[in-house]
Unconditional design. Structure first.
Ligand SMILES: NC(=O)c1ccc[n+]([C@@H]2O[C@H](COP(=O)([O-])OP(=O)(O)OC[C@H]3O[C@@H](n4cnc5c(N)ncnc54)[C@H](OP(=O)(O)O)[C@@H]3O)[C@@H](O)[C@H]2O)c1
Length: 294
């Protein structure tokens, strides 16, 4: 008789993208908040997941044959959206199809803030995956994640070197949150009750403009770092001089134009409600970025 290797009555949770920055934070948080759950890391290179301290299975979004094996016996799946922009609709569909075959009981998916109305070029792929999820018949929870504050604080080193924080976001209001806040929200959605069929718009409690961000950097460093708003083409061209590939530079500049239209703004406070605490303040994430530069 086939015997399950798993403990009886224990929820088995699997995390895709387990080797990524968000996946690692989710696993760390799950270990502390859901010590009774059995957690499985899904990674395209399981060797890269060895340091996570939990069982790891090979799961490459682009290789369906790995997904059937990877999802066997899984109750709840966190599908962290792929980082391979342009291929994600097909990749995510591969995961959803395999999950249906494997009898996964619920999928939690990391989508994009206001995916149905967002002007960001990223929205179409996320909306496609949301539609696939809804059509799959598998119970789902959609986490429409806003921007990570780290997307901007990652440029602080460059701003200090260049004497200004540059971008194309104008006076757009940005309600970002720390990656760790979104990780905690994913854990709440994975382990809590009542999230089935729900779609959450997740963003930070506090909104700021890039002028505010530059002022915060100035305050914490004691230097005068102004915000310099550039036309989209000039910003993209400047990013390529820092070594970014042309297509990625264009995409980043385009997302900043979206930000200038408040595409990264939301004041529903669903993230802080889900994690039952305020989101991480901008000043804290700026301080962490400055500390990392030391
Ligand atoms: N909200 C935001 O501001 C924001 C910003 C950036 C990205 N995102 C989205 O959120 C996701 C998680 O963010 P993050 O910061 O954790 O990104 P990340 O650090 O780049 O991690 C991406 C993860 O996706 C995995 N992956 C990529 N292609 C794969 C494939 N074909 N099969 C299986 N796994 C694959 C990577 O595996 P490897 O370790 O093997 O590379 C990695 O584990 C990203 O993938 C992206 O969709 C959101």
């Amino acid at each position: 008789m086939h015997r399950s290797p798993h403990r009886k009555n224990v929820m088995i949770i699997a995390i895709t993208g387990a080797t990524g920055q968000l996946g690692r934070l989710v696993i760390e948080t799950l270990k502390s908040k859901a010590p009774d759950a059995e957690i499985i890391a899904l990674a395209r290179s399981p060797a890269k997941a060895a340091d996570l301290g939990i069982p790891a299975r090979e799961a490459d979004y682009a290789k369906p044959e790995t997904l059937d094996r990877a999802l066997a016996g899984i109750d709840t799946l966190l599908l962290i959206s792929s980082s391979e922009i342009g291929q994600r609709s097909t990749q995510h569909r591969n995961v959803i199809d395999a999950a249906r075959q494997a009898g996964v009981k619920r999928i939690v998916y990391t989508s994009l803030l206001h995916a149905d109305t967002s002007p960001l070029s990223l929205a179409a792929e996320h909306l496609g995956t949301e539609a696939d999820l809804k059509a799959s018949g598998i119970p789902f929870t959609i986490l429409r994640n806003g921007w990570y504050t780290e997307n901007y604080t990652g440029s602080i080193g460059g701003a200090l070197a260049g004497g200004a924080f540059i971008g194309s976001a104008g006076n757009g209001k940005i309600a970002s949150a720390a990656r760790a806040d979104y990780a905690e929200a994913a854990v709440a959605a994975l382990t809590g009750a009542g999230h089935e069929g729900r779609t959450y718009e997740l963003a930070g409690d506090e909104a700021y403009t890039l002028t505010d961000l530059a002022a915060e950097i100035s305050r914490q460093t004691g230097r005068t770092i102004p915000y310099k708003n550039l036309p989209q083409a000039e910003y993209a061209a400047t990013l390529t001089t820092f070594g970014l590939p042309e297509a990625f530079a264009q995409a980043l500049a385009g997302w900043d134009i979206g930000a200038s239209q408040d595409a990264l703004f939301d004041d529903s406070h669903q993230l802080s409600k889900l994690i039952a605490r305020p989101t991480t303040p901008l000043a804290t994430t700026v301080a962490a970025a400055l500390n990392a530069l030391k």
